[in-house]
Design a protein around this ligand. Structure first.
Ligand SMILES: [Zn+2]
Length: 291
């Protein structure tokens, strides 16, 4: 599942290529994947592409509307302009194969300016399992959504004090609290495993048992691992290993994720990485240095 760094990465890349483009057509190939009246978009110009939580927000020249995209489990966005492609989200062969593919659910075509009346560049929304969606929202709806969402881990509102408040109110395992998207936006499983590993925190520890100094380190480390993920272009853990190199590079830097049975090695630690399930999610930790 694409996590915050992957969504941030594709949003940044689309911000490089979409603003100023005018929508010529919207083809909805799978109704479930598109919410709203697609015709409203025709003739609209794209102003800006941003991200909030795991949603990509495409702002239009009609300020009362915004196009929201959620990739969920297997969504991907591919912008194609002549020979060039910008790809993001779930990595599959569709990143490199010809499009549309059997997983293409929506195609947004652009006019590419008055000089070329024929639509040329396109944005493909592919989604193998059809959990993702594109939705036309009013800007009021979008603002209201923003108010109900917790701060993202890289937002300035995500402070040590905020994290402390969240942890103090819970006796659940600290890992589950960090993963709770209603409390903190954008900390996915891979990154939480790594942050707990680096801060020597056992994933099953009760959230309210962390001491102030531990919370401070945890806060700092959560921000760091996400920022490192964004710098690497996100992680693309996937079943399509042969397209390695196309995805983000973070998977080459996983510190503890998927390393069960291996020697820990962090600062010379002789512990062994164990795998357990916490709240149904794969949890990896060093039985020696994480307490
Ligand atoms: Zn260790």
């Amino acid at each position: 599942m694409p996590e915050l760094p992957e969504v941030e990465t594709i949003a940044r890349q689309l911000q490089q290529v979409l603003p100023g483009r005018k929508i010529k057509s919207v083809q909805v190939l799978r109704e479930k994947s598109f919410v709203g009246e697609s015709e409203i978009l025709v003739g609209r110009k794209i102003r800006r592409v941003t991200r909030k939580a795991k949603m990509v927000a495409v702002e239009l020249d009609r300020e009362d509307l915004v196009l929201l995209i959620h990739l969920k489990m297997t969504g991907q966005l591919i912008f194609q302009d002549k020979g060039r492609r910008v790809v993001g989200g779930h990595p599959t062969e569709d990143w490199v194969n010809s499009l549309p593919s059997k997983h293409t659910r929506v195609i947004i075509g652009f006019t590419d300016g008055p000089a070329s009346p024929a639509g040329r560049s396109k944005l493909f929304f592919n989604d193998m399992r059809v959990f993702g969606w594109i939705k036309i929202a009013t800007s009021d709806e979008w603002l209201a959504t923003g108010r109900t969402l917790p701060p993202d881990v890289i937002d300035p509102e995500f402070t040590v004090g905020y994290l402390k408040g969240v942890l103090k109110r819970s006796t659940r395992p600290v890992k589950l609290v960090l993963l709770d998207q209603a409390k903190i936006g954008g900390l996915g499983n891979i990154y939480v495993n790594d942050a707990l590993y680096l801060t020597q925190t056992k994933p099953t520890r009760k959230a309210n048992s962390l001491k102030p100094a531990e919370i401070k380190r945890l806060h700092q480390t959560c921000v760091q691992v996400i920022k490192r993920g964004i710098e690497a272009g996100g992680a693309s853990e996937n079943t399509y290993k042969h397209i390695n190199g196309l995805g983000g590079q973070y998977q080459e830097e996983f510190l503890v994720y998927k390393r069960e049975g291996q020697r820990c090695g962090l600062n010379g630690c002789d512990g062994v990485i164990k795998k357990i399930k916490v709240g149904g999610r794969g949890t990896y930790f060093c039985s020696r240095h994480q307490r």
